[in-house]
Design a protein. Structure first.
Lengths: 141, 311
């Protein structure tokens, strides 16, 4: 099951060229681009790990792409996303975020039904991937 | 090639359309606007003949490359990494800034910013500090020019555990793999750069343009001085000008002479003396002319003349 989130989630995966153009847009707006990765695909997982520090004071997308390729070399089997942070007054938050890398096989989610009080049912979604310990999901090393 | 329409131009004399595959070089030249940059280079930089010739050559190559690219005559991106060698004060940094704007106008660097660094900004202080530091700088320089002043300090032959080597390796790797994203310019004094290249052959072979900056002649130094004064809204009185010509020839023989930089420092000291001379007579009514002109005594008070007379 193809996990999508953030901007461009209805589009096919962006090519490097397209990623580069989006990053250039962010830099043009004066936003700091940040690379994050995770191997927990749950949509409510907000704690993605940072790849290095957010990149401030860049002029050209090539620098960000260089870091992205470094990150892919190490964590190519995980989800990687980029986020652009706007530090200007009144915003001070993420303006744009999109996925730039995904594992080869995404096993998807199962739905768990908890039978509680009487005939009530509560639902939980759980990724098949997280059955394995962190770092070894998606056939990691 | 016939199918490729490059530029159909109409010549003003005959008014007839030229065949499509011809390129109007003059129009290309004007469109890119390098003529202006090169003229500015000629106007504002005195002397430096070999440097200007080389920059012209590079600019011409880039112009032709641009046209070739549009005609689909693909070739590799030309290597644009450069090394500037020359004595102190010969204008290496100034030229590096100009190069960036030329490359930007020709579209060979995308942004045209210059990131000027020395060893301090590239090399870390402990294990694992260097690589992120160097990469940080490289990322900032992407799309522009990375100017490494006194590049030989990166390599410390006396200390084999020096972290400089790590920075050099990262630089070399990026210089090779991301040639179209970044232009690296190394600068430094001639003899030490030669030693640096001798111990890092990788650098020498990755740099296409080795440009040597010659020392300035006396008359060039005088022109530079006058240009500097003009920019600072000062001028020499005729006597002061004569005195300054003598000053230059004396100063050149002294140790630690660093070309234009020495001239700039000398001018700064003369401004001090001039100010002091003017302030000494508080009752005098000054004209704009008085404030602008440097007089012979301001020049002649220099230590250079003193030493000479005593010896």
């Amino acid at each position: 099951m193809r996990v999508t989130q953030g901007c461009f989630s209805f589009l096919p995966d962006l090519t490097d060229e397209q990623i580069s153009r989006q990053v250039q847009y962010c830099l043009g707006k004066g936003w700091a681009v940040n690379i994050e990765f995770t191997d927990d695909p749950h949509p409510r997982n907000t704690f993605w790990e940072m790849w290095g520090l957010p990149m401030f004071d860049l002029r050209d997308a090539a620098g960000v792409l260089m870091e992205l390729n470094e990150c892919r070399k190490v964590y190519g089997d995980r989800y990687i996303r980029m986020s652009a942070f706007d530090s200007s007054h009144g915003w001070e938050s993420t303006r744009l975020s999109f996925m730039v890398n995904r594992p080869k096989d995404e096993p998807g989610f199962r739905l768990e039904r908890h039978e509680v009080d009487g005939r009530n049912i509560r639902y939980t979604t759980k990724s098949y991937a997280v059955d394995r310990p962190e770092g070894t999901r998606y056939g990691g090393k | 090639m016939n199918s490729l329409v490059v530029a159909t131009t109409v010549t003003p004399e005959t008014g007839e359309a030229r065949p499509a595959e011809r390129v109007d070089l003059r129009r290309e030249f004007n469109e890119v606007g390098i003529g202006e940059v090169l003229d500015q280079l000629d106007r504002e930089l005195i002397g430096l003949k070999p440097v200007k010739t080389r920059i012209r050559e590079i600019a011409s190559l880039l112009l032709i490359e641009r046209i070739r690219k549009r005609m689909n005559l693909t070739s590799d991106v030309p290597t644009l990494h450069m090394s500037f060698t020359g004595n102190p004060g010969t204008g290496k940094t100034t030229v590096a800034l100009r190069i960036a704007s030329i490359l930007h106008k020709l579209g060979f660097v995308r942004r045209g910013q210059v990131v000027s660094v020395t060893r301090d900004e590239l090399v870390g202080q402990y294990i694992g500090h260097t690589a992120p530091k160097t990469k940080e700088i490289l990322k900032k320089a992407m799309g522009g020019v990375l100017f490494i002043d006194e590049a030989y300090y990166l390599h410390r032959p006396d200390n084999e555990r020096d972290y400089g080597q790590e920075a050099i390796e990262i630089l070399l790797q990026v210089m090779e793999s991301q040639r179209e994203d970044l232009v690296v310019i190394l600068a430094g004094y001639g003899d030490r750069m030669d030693k640096f290249f001798a111990s890092n052959p990788g650098f020498r072979s990755r740099i296409a343009h080795h440009i040597d900056f010659p020392d300035y002649s006396d008359s060039e130094l005088l022109t530079i001085a006058e240009l500097m004064l003009h920019d600072m809204n000062y001028r020499f009185s005729p006597d002061a000008r004569q005195a300054f010509i003598r000053y230059i020839s004396l100063r050149k023989t002294r140790p630690l002479f660093s070309n234009a930089r020495s001239i700039r420092n000398a001018l700064d000291r003369m401004r001090l003396r001039q100010a002091n001379r003017l302030v000494a007579d508080l009752d005098r009514v000054l004209t704009a002319d008085d404030i602008m002109s440097l007089e012979a005594p301001d020049v002649l008070a220099s230590r250079v003349f003193l030493k000479n007379s005593s010896e």
